[in-house]
Design a protein around this ligand. Structure first.
Ligand code: NAG
Ligand code: NAG
Ligand code: NAG
Ligand code: NAG
Ligand code: NAG
Ligand code: NAG
Length: 450
């Protein structure tokens, strides 16, 4: 017998023996990770007596302790910001703890902001940059404009040099309209020095970002030429956009690949209730929760893997970035085929996902809106580990790891109740203000990608 196989069998039988002697439901092989509270506080199982009005009429049942889901496990969830005004998606935090955040633009007066108090935000870098000359092209209704000002900033990140990058989708949604079409020069990636001075504005040709594209997020690797990776979450045009940051040249990969598209029949559950798309506009059709293609993205700390997941699916994927960095061209005619063949399906993750994030230990944090939780993928074991769960985690949207100069590594995240917005509730807005931003401590630090 092969030595490794023999060792594996010995290891497996000792695991089985341990499993037989540990009769606790709390005994996870890879869990709890270091620095987390005792198992009886980290897994959501407990026992309790029922309230007096729920024990029936038999006094013998009054003191019976029965198994119950506490709704929480993992490190304490700390509220760090409350949004009383605009509806947030993105969050990024620099090494000084300054919080940047973005708001998809309906009638909002600004779309990129910095938190100036725990309950208020102000435009970043200023109001002027947040004020485009128009939202709609007057000579072409239904289409937006080209401008170096912000139209709709969906995502904001802080890179390993503490610089701020804003991703402008270029497609506003004003006065309750559907997203307007983009025009080249509207969608853009804008970089700011830590002091707020703009140092780059990268726009895209229509062959890379089309009128109905919906760039959703960005991750940046500053090694070599520097590369940016952006998911196109448009259900009409799912794929991944890659930018060479030295030349500004961009290209697409994974167009319509099975890993980037929506699961057509997904019915997601939030707080236990099934959620459908049910917009208040013609044809008023109730459909599955299938609107958003590839959405959350993360880079492994060494920059070797790009992790991604459609919002409307419950699967995680990754691809070696070496395939994405090759621009399809006459000199690289096989680049698209080779990239498509290099995608790794990491399997079912138990919830549809929104944001992803990595840390410098290689964990990939996974939002789990269906479980009021954030779990994490461990690339060493191939397993999903429970990380944090709380009834207050009401649709975790965007994740951001920050290593703070005064000390402390944290995972920050926005919770925005997206499934309660009018498009899913037959036109009624069931969201309640304030929207929330939380943070939890993590063992690892920020993956700087330098
Ligand atoms: C499970 O049982 C094994 C063997 O008795 C023991 O070494 C281990 O500490 C136990 N694990 C827990 C979590 O109690
Ligand atoms: C969890 O277990 C520890 C001992 O391992 C005990 O001190 C603590 O009281 C327990 N907590 C709860 C909530 O049962
Ligand atoms: C934007 O403002 C207009 C005019 O006040 C209002 O009718 C509309 O409902 C608002 N739309 C949104 C998305 O808030
Ligand atoms: C939105 O509605 C307001 C109030 O009716 C109007 O002044 C504004 O021009 C509208 N904006 C667009 C882009 O249609
Ligand atoms: C902001 O920082 C950049 C990079 O350090 C520097 O070049 C620029 O002059 C600074 N701008 C201001 C207004 O201080
Ligand atoms: C959805 O809203 C429309 C218009 O208000 C109403 O006629 C319809 O009954 C609603 N449908 C459901 C399932 O609530």
């Amino acid at each position: 017998m092969h030595l490794l196989l023999a060792l594996a069998i010995v290891a497996l039988s000792s695991v089985l023996t341990a499993a037989q002697t540990n009769l606790s439901v709390f005994d996870f092989p890879e869990y709890p990770p270091p620095l987390t509270p005792p198992p009886n506080q980290t897994i959501a199982d407990s026992v309790a007596t029922l309230p007096a009005d729920q024990i029936g009429h038999n006094p013998a049942l009054a003191h019976v302790r029965v198994h119950v889901d506490t709704g929480k496990f993992g490190p304490p969830v700390e509220l760090v910001h409350a949004y009383f005004d605009f509806w947030p998606t993105g969050v990024a935090v620099n090494s000084e703890g300054k919080i940047f955040t973005s708001f998809p633009r309906g009638n909002e007066t600004f779309t990129l902001a910095v938190a100036n108090t725990p309950t208020t935000e102000v435009p970043f870098p200023d109001q002027e940059t947040n004020t485009p000359p128009a939202f709609v092209d007057p000579s072409n209704p239904g289409v937006s404009v080209a401008t170096d000002k912000f139209i709709l900033v969906q995502s904001v990140i802080v890179d390993g040099l503490d610089r701020i990058w804003a991703l402008d989708v270029g497609r506003p949604r004003v006065n309750g309209s559907t997203l307007l079409a983009a025009t080249p020069g509207g969608p853009k990636l804008v970089g700011f020095h830590p002091n707020g001075t703009r140092f780059t504005t990268i726009t895209f040709p229509t062959s890379v970002v089309a009128a109905d594209s919906s760039l959703n997020d960005v991750r940046i690797d500053l090694r070599g030429d520097g590369f940016a990776y952006l998911p196109d979450s448009s259900p009409q045009r799912p794929g991944v956009v890659v930018v060479n940051l030295r030349t500004g040249v961009s290209w697409r990969h994974l167009d319509n690949h099975p890993s980037v598209i929506t699961q057509v029949d997904l019915i997601s559950f939030h707080n236990g209730v099934p959620t459908y798309v049910h917009p208040p506009i013609s044809p008023f059709a109730v459909t599955a929760f299938n609107r958003f293609a590839v959405d959350g993205v993360a880079l492994s700390p060494d920059g070797a893997f790009f992790y991604f997941a459609p919002l409307s699916a419950r699967r995680l994927f990754r691809i070696p970035t070496s395939f994405l960095k090759v621009q399809p061209s006459a000199t690289n005619p096989n680049a698209i085929l080779l990239a498509n063949q290099a995608v790794q399906d990491l399997g079912d993750v138990g919830s549809h996902l929104n944001g992803l994030e990595s840390d410098d230990q290689g964990f990939i944090y996974l939002t789990a809106p269906e479980h009021n939780a954030i779990n994490r993928f461990n690339p060493n074991t191939g397993m999903i580990e429970p990380f944090v769960r709380s009834p207050f985690i009401q649709w975790p949207d965007t994740l951001a790891v920050a290593s703070l100069k005064p000390g402390g590594n944290f995972l920050y995240f926005t919770c925005n109740q997206l499934w309660l917005s009018p498009d899913y509730q037959n036109g009624t807005d069931l969201r309640t203000k304030p929207y929330a931003m939380y943070r939890v401590p993590i063992e690892g630090g920020k993956a700087n990608q330098l």
